[in-house]
Design a protein around this ligand. Structure first.
Ligand code: FAD
Length: 234
């Protein structure tokens, strides 16, 4: 299979980067093709702007989503966006590798989402969820954080980690049609002993080894909604 890892950590020797390196090593050893976009190393530009478009439907007023659609059709998106789209569209499994920043992905990764998941090519109109443009591909979030597991449990102070990550799990990968796997979370990473961190790295490798057995998260189906997206039961 083709594995595409989008990695966002500013320190190549970080624990999060070690997780990314382990994934690359293990998938490669198992005979899979692995491509990595290391966003800080690439100096990825996270800013959505008019510079993303080679042509403009309306040069007077920037409607970003409309210009995405027009430029995707005309193959006039900025080259850095096109390069990421090629990797994304070739992938069977996409892994987002990142430290949790403010209950979310680092800004550089959010900018990757904003610029690369192009309206018209990846999703649009009713091409969402089970009819999304990326249907058939799997997505996995592999993240680290400072908080403890019990703090991000349903009854914990921050609430359930899957609710914290909902904007990415559902609002991004589920929305564009991907099969979303349960996230792997390395909790409390900076405060652990090296030995416990090594154990977590081992757990991550096991998790990747057993991906095929994981039950994907449940996402909405358009079959349950009318053309105005109202629930059919209402
Ligand atoms: P690092 O600090 O890079 O690594 C920890 C230690 O592991 C280092 O000593 C490193 O040398 C060592 N290490 C490296 N490789 C290995 C290896 N192979 N085996 C064993 N040890 C190794 N946390 C939350 O819980 N919620 C938040 O909302 C949140 N928001 C944040 C916002 C910002 C802006 C920042 C900067 C941090 C935030 N954090 C938050 C904390 C952050 O998520 C954690 O600090 C981060 O996930 C820790 O992972 P790391 O890879 O950066 O660890």
């Amino acid at each position: 299979m083709n594995v595409f890892i989008v990695h966002a950590h500013p320190e190549p020797n970080s624990f999060t980067s070690a997780m990314k390196d382990a994934a690359v090593a293990d998938f490669t050893a198992a005979g899979h093709e692995v491509v990595v976009s290391d966003l800080y190393a690439m100096n990825w530009n996270p800013i959505a702007s008019a510079a993303d478009f080679g042509t403009r439907g309306n040069p007077e007023y920037l409607n970003y989503a409309l210009e995405q659609r027009a430029n995707a059709d005309a193959d006039t998106l900025a080259p850095d966006i096109e390069a990421e789209l090629v990797k994304l569209q070739a992938a069977d499994l996409v892994i987002f590798s990142f430290p949790l920043y403010w209950f979310s992905v680092p800004a550089i990764m959010k900018g990757w989402i904003d610029r690369v998941l192009v309206s018209g090519r990846i999703y649009g109109g009713r091409r969402i969820y089970d009819r999304g443009g990326m249907a058939g591909k799997r997505a996995l979030l592999a993240l680290t954080c400072g908080g403890r597991d019990y703090m991000m449990a349903p009854d914990g102070i921050h609430g359930d980690i899957q609710q914290i990550l909902k904007p990415v799990l559902q609002g991004t990968f589920g929305y564009i049609g991907m099969t979303v796997l349960p996230p792997f979370v390395g909790y409390h990473i900076p405060y652990l002993s090296p030995e416990v961190r090594s154990d977590i790295l081992g757990q991550y490798r096991q998790y990747l080894h057993g991906l095929d057995a994981l039950e994907p998260l449940v996402m909405p189906s358009l079959a349950h909604f009318d053309p105005q997206m109202k629930p059919l039961s209402v």
